[in-house]
Design a protein around this ligand. Structure first.
Ligand SMILES: C[S@@+](CC[C@H](N)C(=O)[O-])C[C@H]1O[C@@H](n2cnc3c(N)ncnc32)[C@H](O)[C@@H]1O
Length: 429
């Protein structure tokens, strides 16, 4: 094992602690400033991913042996990082060899204090590990909504199984057959997901070749759930679509694909920075039918339009993203769920004013909490009797909770995609 990956990870963790950003985003920033090989970067990513999952187990193990006051930040971080990776099954080979390489590479930054604690790394296999890899409130929450057995399976599954990579072909730039041929020539295996035509599972042996097709805008990676939401809405050519909370534009692009670049999509987002990157991305992907507006959707929208279809994809607590970003489990708190639920209700209410009679609205979040999903929809239907929840024509996932059978929930362990909620609503009058 190359010590550079561990050093890169320590620097990313330091930045993450200082700024509050996730370790994977911090790694991206740290790596921009340092020379590293692709292998080192990949390994650092794997180390931080594993650390995010098992750091609580590691610190419980260490706190029984080393008291917090006896140890400095770097020593503690090195011990936690290596311990969590050992618990998570990363094979570092001989720990003594690894430590000696690390000592050499870090030079004067190597904390002398660490020397007297190194024995704990060799003993870690001998201690039974406590299963503490999720905050208690989250485990209890899941048990409440899906039962103890299913919750346990879900939590274990998302830490064990690598999330698949899904992609769609950008037929706004090139014919499907031609893109598939280019992919085949580059040994990129695209296996069509038989649940929905048009979404592919990417099996890459050659990441450079995949990047090459992505850099040409011929393939874009996104989660299964985003495509499912758009497919349920069924946008058609020449329709008028309002896309609220649109940036960075994944659903906008997927909608434009369905509309064959004909019709109009009005995209609204409150962040000017994100809108600007959405515009750039839409130009790059050859989406020609989008008009963007910066607006805060918790207030009445600055448009006078009634449209065929509305997409509402508001910010959420991201509890459904933990298998892709394991660190989220430590930063999401119950108070965030309450805060988002409030915001989501306002955004849904304001967006719904622009659905024409007989038109449809899709509400989705990448969170699996009831407060951000079923509660928002129930409250909305109570004050908007002119809307009705409808059964999607594509039946994937499980039914919504609290008798919202027409809504859909997706979970990593049952649907191999992000945890997700979708509700399709029609405006009857
Ligand atoms: C889940 S992301 C949207 C993802 C996007 N629909 C896609 O498919 O790529 C949520 C978006 O909501 C935006 N947002 C947050 N608060 C908002 C508000 N009050 N009004 C409008 N947009 C908001 C964020 O800037 C962010 O881009």
């Amino acid at each position: 094992m190359d010590p550079e990956a561990i050093i890169l990870s320590i620097e990313a963790l330091r930045l993450s602690q200082e700024t509050g950003i996730s370790p994977s985003s911090a790694l991206y920033l740290v790596a921009k400033k340092k020379r590293y090989t692709i292998k080192e970067l990949r390994m650092a990513r794997k180390i931080l991913h594993t650390y995010s999952i098992y750091r609580r187990s590691a610190s419980r193990y260490l706190e029984n042996i080393i008291s917090e006051s006896m140890i400095d930040w770097v020593s503690k971080t090195i011990l936690e990082l290596i311990s969590s990776c050992i618990i998570g099954g990363i094979d570092f080979g001989d720990i003594t060899v690894l430590v000696s390489k690390l000592r050499q590479s870090m030079g004067k930054n190597w904390p002398e204090e660490l020397e007297k604690h190194l024995g704990v790394l060799r003993l870690i296999h001998l201690r039974p590990m406590v299963e503490v890899n999720y905050p208690k409130w989250f485990t209890r929450y899941l048990e409440k909504i899906m039962g103890k057995m299913d919750a346990e399976y879900y939590l274990d599954f998302q830490d064990r199984v690598n999330p698949p990579m899904y992609a769609s072909l950008n037929t706004l730039k090139m014919d499907e057959e031609k893109i598939l041929k280019l992919a085949e020539e580059r040994n990129i295996v695209l296996r069509e997901d038989n649940r929905i035509p048009g979404i592919y599972l990417v099996e890459v042996s050659n990441t450079k070749a995949l990047k090459d097709l992505m850099n040409q805008g011929l393939i874009a990676i996104h989660d299964f759930s985003s495509y499912y939401a758009v497919k349920i809405l069924k946008p058609k050519p020449n329709e008028f679509v309002l896309d609220v909370c649109s940036a960075p534009g994944t659903k906008t692009w997927l909608t434009a694909l369905e509309m064959k670049n004909r019709g109009v999509i009005v995209s609204i987002d409150s962040s000017w920075k994100r809108i600007k990157s959405q515009v750039k991305r839409m130009n790059f992907l050859n989406v020609r039918i989008v008009e963007v507006i910066q607006a805060d959707a918790t207030k009445p929208l600055p448009i006078r339009l009634e449209v065929d279809k509305v997409i509402v994809d508001p910010p959420c607590s991201s509890t459904g993203l933990i298998w892709r970003e394991p660190f989220y489990r430590w930063i999401i708190k119950p108070r965030h769920i309450r805060m988002f639920s409030n915001l989501q209700s306002k955004i849904l209410q304001n967006s719904s004013r622009h659905v024409k009679q007989g038109g449809y609205l899709i509400y989705s979040t990448c969170s699996i909490t009831i407060e951000e999903n079923e509660h928002v929809i129930e409250d909305f239907l109570r004050i908007n009797p002119n809307f009705e929840l409808v059964e999607p024509s594509l039946n994937i996932g499980s039914h919504g909770l609290r008798n919202l059978a027409e809504a859909r929930r997706l979970y990593p362990h049952t649907d191999m995609c992000n945890g997700f909620f979708i509700a399709l609503l029609i405006r009857r009058y």
